[in-house]
Design a protein around this ligand. Structure first.
Ligand code: PEP
Ligand code: MG
Length: 880
């Protein structure tokens, strides 16, 4: 026998996610546990990979296995595909290894045609139901498999309802639905040029192909990039016997969680619709009942469901998100998976499960996605401002947090406006998976339709974006771009504010303030901290940022970019004076004016850090960044400096560089103007001496970092200035203070010669922003313009400036770490590029054996948790 590509549900288990996808593996697990699961088979992710390898065709071998397993499925179900006397109908759903809700395609009621539908009608004794299923199938198949526009079908339904004088789909009778099917098929023929496929196996192969194809659709590609899911995984396809939630008032369908996904509270949470099929709940077209209501409506079914839900949670030891269908009073489980949840819920559930004795602290630490912590640190409304604000309406509190921004009505506008730096709130009738990029770009999302498990709610919660859904009072005109609510008209560009925790909607801008964290967070983070070996520092240039980061658990400053202190109005004059000076004396005079500011800044930083270490990096950017560009500013500056405008312009022109990022910057500035390094050394050392005097307990040991080094001799040159200046200051003060001089590794040549560099450098800090720029040869400022084309063409799957390219740039990091340790076994190694706050990059840093990562203050908790997870997953680092 060749390779096995297809598995019955009874042949799998939950460990087989890689091959069966999450949905397939869990359906198998539930089947084996004897739960009521409609039976079927899974076409593996390997078949998907093969489909792409073979040039987007399903090989005869795989098609043969699908046919064979369909036969087995018919036997198990006691029904036959295409047999009007006893028809088997199936659903065809995607399911990859990682859950990607709503990203890929689903087709229900497959196997129907003009003959089978009659059989189904007489078999169930319910003609309306049969034709309702049929029209849904034609609609879904045309949309998903043939990629026809949904709106034309909706238009036909709307026309039919209008002519019948009814409002709801459920008010259409069997004859109306029959008529709809006819019209749908005519539309199909008109657009596709041939008849709607009647042969069930042909329909099935079309659907399987469509699911494979949907792995590569734009929204799935964006979702994967946002969630670090590799393209190579592929999706599985689950073919499952249909059960019908739309077969009458004793039937229904719903979605439920074993705990509240917004708060983490331990209650069965969810909603359902009577006489409906799955997509009705998710699409949010009808407003569903809360799950508790089922207890009154069908108490035996509710009890059975509640028991299964608890069993599933006990089995998976995690909060479950389940889909179920009730067919003529009988319960079926269609899916279970670990549920998506808000960050607050994730922490509460992890901590509660430990307290309930279900999982260990180690497991709890591994349960929370580090990126999610971001949401906890997100803004809330300013308490005073919100008191005086009056909501214009209320929707469902779908995803917590506060948002304020300008109103846009399409996902494209959201993205476009956000790219231009606007804060936007996306207002939609309902969202669909195509909207994913716009949703990610928005501060908040407001929808007219949809419950707590609607697309908007689920996706926003996952993103940690504030969302208010299902505000039915809104009258929206998204073509004319305005909506009305509470007597107010909000046009495109108008400010609105949303409270995702209460559901309140405000027709005005309300200022937001930072989040506060407490309770579960501290306890959970203590578990994380006690498990990690990597230290976490922060990139901070101001005492305020440093204080914020310390609050979030930073253990020091890994990068203080000194030039950011130069831009303040009071200082920039002296800086400019230094830049335009033609002589060393002139520069020294200007630098003497800067020195007290710089020293004062460092003193403040040292006070805030209370003895935590701080790496201070010397001046890095090209000097032209500090000089004015506008005519009026140039005239002002010339006056201030008592030189002519012409003279100043000549100086500014002289600073022009064709490629400033590779120009006169970093340690090259100190090589040309050693007095700058001398001044900065004086500021650092004097600040440390002063604060050590105030607080001897801090025992400050200054760390001076020389940027952009590529050659040992240039490091030595600058280091000599530093040590000469520092040693003299320390001797003059009559004290004994240690200090360290190290370098950034951000030029490939420095990584390649790191054994040499380590002879002079007491520490390395990997500047992976520049290292990425120079390793790829991509400008960090311009790469955004062309990277989209690289994603579309699958050349790169992620932005190497956000997530470390482990194969290339990572190899340089690894090599430099190894070479550095060879020369100086106790060399301190850290990272201070943006990657220091990205979980997968933090994991890499752990594996390479760095001592610390350094990231922006808001990402400190993320890095702490990612470091703990890396330690739990990989044990001790290799380099250590
Ligand atoms: C880097 O290059 O990674 C770095 C931290 O320095 P900057 O971003 O200031 O160039
Ligand atoms: Mg740099």
């Amino acid at each position: 026998m060749g390779h096995k590509y297809v598995y019955l549900f009874s042949e799998g288990n939950k460990e087989m996610r890689g091959i069966l996808g999450g949905k397939g593996a869990n359906l198998a697990e539930m089947t084996v546990a004897g739960m009521p699961v409609p039976q079927g088979f899974t076409v593996s992710t390997e078949a998907c990979t093969k489909y792409y390898e073979d040039g987007k065709v399903i090989s005869p071998e795989i098609e043969g296995q699908i046919k064979e397993y369909l036969g087995k499925m018919e036997e198990i179900c006691g029904k036959k595909f295409g047999d009007p006397a006893n028809p088997l109908l199936v659903s065809v759903r995607s399911g990859s290894r990682a859950s990607m809700p709503g990203m890929m395609d689903t087709i229900l009621n497959l196997g129907l045609n003009d003959v089978v539908v009659e059989g189904l009608a007489s078999f169930t004794g319910n003609e309306r139901f049969a034709y309702d299923s049929y029209r849904r199938f034609v609609q879904m198949y045309s949309d998903v498999v043939m990629e026809m526009s949904k709106s034309e079908f909706e238009k036909i339904i709307d026309e039919m309802k209008k002519s019948k004088g009814v409002e709801l789909d459920t008010q259409l009778d069997a004859n109306d639905l029959k008529e709809l099917v006819k019209k749908f098929k005519a539309l199909y023929k008109d657009k596709m040029g041939n008849d709607f496929p009647t042969e069930p196996f042909e329909q099935l192969m079309g659907a399987v192909t469509a699911v494979f194809r949907s792995w590569d659709n734009p929204r799935a590609n964006v979702y994967r990039r946002m969630n670090d899911i590799p393209y190579s995984w592929g999706t599985a396809v689950n073919v499952q016997a249909m059960v019908f939630g739309n077969s009458g008032d004793n039937s229904g369908t719903g979605v439920a969680f074993t705990r509240d996904p917004a708060t983490g509270e331990r209650v069965l949470f969810g909603e359902y619709l009577i006489n409906a099929q799955g997509e009705d709940v998710v699409a949010g077209i009808r407003t569903p009942f809360p799950i508790a209501h089922l207890k009154d409506q069908m108490s035996a079914v509710y009890d059975e469901f509640a028991t299964i839900a608890q069993n599933l949670e006990n089995h998976y030891k995690d909060m479950q998100d389940m889909e179920f269908t009730i067919e003529n009073g009988k319960l079926y489980m269609l899916q279970t998976r670990n549920g998506k949840r808000t960050a607050a819920a994730a922490l509460k559930i992890a901590v509660d499960l430990v307290d309930e004795g279900m999982i260990s602290e180690d497991e709890a630490v591994l349960r929370v996605d580090p990126k999610q912590l971001d949401a906890l640190l997100h803004p809330q409304f300013d308490a005073a401002a919100i008191k005086s604000a009056k909501p214009i309406g209320k929707g469902l509190a779908a995803s917590p947090g506060a948002a304020c921004g300008r109103t846009v009505f399409t996902a494209e506008d959201a993205k476009e406006w956000a790219d231009k730096g606007e804060k936007v709130v996306l207002v939609r009738l309902e969202t669909s998976p195509e909207d994913i990029e716009g949703m990610a770009a928005a501060q908040g999302i407001l929808t007219v339709r949809g419950g707590m498990t609607s697309h908007a709610a689920v996706v926003a919660r996952g993103m940690g974006t504030c969302c208010v859904s299902g505000c039915g009072e809104i009258r929206i005109d998204d073509e004319a771009k305005f909506f009305e609510l509470g007597g107010q008209t909000i046009k495109e560009g108008d400010y609105i504010s949303l409270d995702g925790t209460t559901g309140a909607i405000y027709g005005e801008a309300i200022p937001t303030v930072e989040a506060t964290i407490s309770g579960n967070f501290d306890r959970f983070m203590q578990w994380a901290d006690s498990r990690r070996t990597l230290k976490v520092r922060t990139n901070a240039d101001t005492p305020k940022d440093a204080a914020q980061a310390v609050k979030y658990g930073a253990e020091g400053v890994g990068l203080c970019r000194t030039e950011h202190m130069f831009f303040e109005a009071s200082r920039i004059k002296a800086i400019r004076e230094m830049i335009v000076s033609k002589t060393k004396e002139g520069r020294e005079k200007a630098l003497a004016k800067i020195l007290p500011y710089q020293q004062g800044d460092f003193e403040e930083m040292y006070r805030v850090l209370e003895g935590r270490p701080m790496t201070i990096r010397f001046l890095d950017p090209p000097l032209h960044e500090f000089v004015p560009t506008k005519e009026e500013d140039i005239v002002d500056l010339a006056k201030e400096l008592s030189i002519t405008v012409e003279e100043l312009k000549t100086i500014i022109e002289g600073l022009h560089e064709f490629n400033p990022m590779m120009g006169h910057r970093g340690c090259r500035l100190a090589v040309t103007y050693p007095e700058i390094a001398a001044m900065q050394t004086t500021a650092v050392i004097n600040a440390a001496i002063a604060v050590n005097k105030e607080h001897p307990e801090y025992k400050i040991v200054p760390e001076i970092m020389i940027p952009l080094v590529g050659e040992i001799k240039e490091l030595k040159f600058v280091k000599d200035i530093v040590t000469e200046t520092a040693d003299k200051l320390i001797a003059d003060a009559g004290i004994d203070m240690q200090y360290h001089v190290g370098t950034m590794i951000e030029i490939p040549r420095a990584a390649l010669t790191a054994d040499e560099i380590a002879k002079e450098a007491e520490f390395f800090s990997f500047g992976t922003n520049d290292l990425t720029q120079m390793a790829f040869g991509f400008s960090r400022d311009d790469a955004g313009k062309f990277l989209d084309a690289y994603y579309e063409n699958k050349i790169y799957e992620f932005d190497p400036f956000a997530k470390l390219d482990q194969e290339g740039v990572g190899k340089l990091v690894q090599m430099a770490a190894d070479l550095g340790r060879k020369t100086r076994p106790d060399i301190k190694l850290g990272i201070c590029g943006e990657h220091g706050g990205d979980p997968s990059s933090v994991e890499f840093c752990h594996k390479v054996g760095l001592d610390y990562v350094s990231c922006s203050p808001f990402r400190v908790p993320i890095a702490r948790l990612a470091a703990a997870q890396a330690a739990l997953t990989h044990g001790d680092a290799i380099g250590k």
